[in-house]
Ligand binder design. Structure first.
Ligand code: PHE
Length: 469
């Protein structure tokens, strides 16, 4: 618990916290970085980044993503953490407490809750697949370099409605259990040890992948940009990925910021998290794409890509089956850190705002998600023909959250912090009331938040929605 240190410094908005019951918080500074990193690192790195890179033209897409992280992602992340730590409450109440007048900025928090629902809807399904793959890997049945074998294994899983639902719900129960242990105990402990292990394993896979005959083509795909592939939708997808990856634009970082200690360096934490997260995504790319080309998979295979190629890389490695089991276990654990932060947006709101105790709030949120998420879970089976705007529920939840809701949330957070919350409070929060020597960097961030990030997001959004064409 960090409540003693929270009382020692006054940060704008902190008056508000007295009105709230004592909240759990992250206990150490390293714990904070790791828990925040635990929210960022997840299926976004291992599954979504390769999926999108493969379907959006490779290197060009990666460049758009990296630029988006730097010019949009980091400023939005810093803004959210600052608001959350200053107001010390869930996303909706933090926004309300930070608004000087009666303007409805809390709607950003409400939009975040909606986004959390949409993301959890499909995320729990993919996490369920990963969980199922732990057992498939144990049985040895997917250890193959033949695309027929790996494709059949994946298809038999996703087209089976019962299995899809069961794995999704198993995942939800696990995430709910982690949440019930509380913020510092549950989240910190899980993330602290396992992300480094996942990193090591990814490096091993990357080395194997890079040494496969024919790997060069994959590297070229990843690092040699073909500018003709830049389209309105790749731009939007790149920006959307930056939001999704950093868990921003939907209040997760406001919520996590509210658990930050008052002596935490917010911008330093955001930078470390953003760079580590980006490196893990790129590493996953290097682990997967050389193998995609070496074994003749299609880079634009979509959501199945990782589930087809990863087993092939392991199949060409000594003790491959053993390492594959570990890989899926670690990926699943990484996905829990992310899901916990998504669920935490819901639970902290239901708990603090609707005044329902934490346990019940967690159970209600999970039940709601089990029902809602089943629409995504059944998208490859019973509901495969049900489409809205030409997309199955799975794709619709994915597309609307990453490509619309998160960027819109981020846009309004920039406008709010840059123009309403204002320079004084932003500086007080980011310099810890002048005790950190980072004024120059904070001024630069504030400039990005006011003028650069919102304009870029707005242009990419309008362009992506076809307004300029
Ligand atoms: N950043 C997480 C990932 O990459 C997903 C996430 C999005 C988590 C939004 C929280 C909020 O897997």
């Amino acid at each position: 618990m960090s409540s003693s240190s929270q009382a020692s410094q006054q940060v704008p908005g902190s008056e508000f916290k007295e009105k709230l019951p004592l909240r759990d918080g992250f206990s150490t500074r390293l714990g904070v970085v790791l828990a925040t990193l635990g929210s960022a690192v997840g299926l976004g790195n291992i599954w979504k980044f390769p999926t999108l890179t493969g379907s959006s033209g490779g290197a060009v897409f990666i460049i758009i993503y990296v630029i988006s992280v730097l010019l949009i992602g980091i400023p939005v992340m810093v803004s959210e953490l600052a608001i959350g730590r200053s107001a010390h409450a869930n996303a909706v109440d933090s926004m309300r407490a930070s608004t000087p007048n009666k303007a409805p900025w809390w709607l950003i928090g409400a939009l975040g809750i909606l986004s959390a629902f949409l993301i959890m809807g499909f995320y729990t399904e993919v996490a369920g697949w990963v969980f199922a793959y732990i057992f498939k890997a144990m049985s040895g049945s997917i250890l193959s370099t033949s695309s027929e074998v790996t494709t059949a294994a994946f298809t038999s899983l996703v087209t089976n409605p019962v299995l899809s639902l069961v794995w999704q719900w198993v995942d939800l129960v696990i995430v709910g259990a982690v949440i019930l242990f509380g913020v510092s105990k549950g989240i910190e402990r899980v993330t602290k040890t396992l992300i480094p292990v996942l990193l090591v394993l990814l490096i091993v896979v990357a080395i194997r992948s890079l040494t496969l005959p024919g790997a060069g083509e994959g590297l070229e795909f990843l690092f040699k940009p073909d500018l003709s592939k830049v389209t309105a939708s790749t731009l939007l997808a790149g920006v959307g990925l930056a939001f999704f990856k950093l868990s921003i634009g939907m209040g997760a970082m406001i919520t996590y910021g509210s658990y930050f200690r008052q002596d935490q360096n917010i911008s330093g934490t955001a930078l470390r998290v953003a760079f580590s997260d980006m490196s893990i995504a790129l590493l996953a790319g290097v682990a997967i794409f050389p193998a995609v080309f070496a074994y003749g998979f299609q880079p634009d295979a979509g959501p199945s890509l990782v589930f087809l190629t990863i087993p092939s890389v392991f199949a060409s490695m000594p003790a491959g089956n053993f390492f594959m089991v570990i890989f899926f276990i670690l990926t699943f654990i990484a996905s829990i850190g992310a899901q916990v932060s998504l669920l935490e947006v819901l639970v902290s709101y239901v708990n603090e705002h609707l005044k329902i105790n934490r346990k019940a709030a967690t159970v209600y949120s999970m039940l709601g998600l089990a029902v809602f998420g089943s629409l995504a879970a059944l998208s490859s089976s019973l509901l495969s023909n049900v489409k809205l705007f030409g997309l199955t529920f799975f794709d619709l939840f994915d597309f609307t959250s990453s490509n619309i809701f998160l960027p819109v949330g981020g846009l309004f957070i920039c406008i709010f912090v840059g123009w309403v919350w204002g320079k004084e409070k932003f500086f007080a929060a980011l310099t810890n009331n002048g005790s950190l020597n980072n004024q120059g960097f904070v001024s630069f961030l504030f400039f990005l938040i006011r003028f650069v990030s919102p304009v870029l997001v707005l242009l990419v959004l309008l362009n992506g929605l076809g307004v300029f064409s």
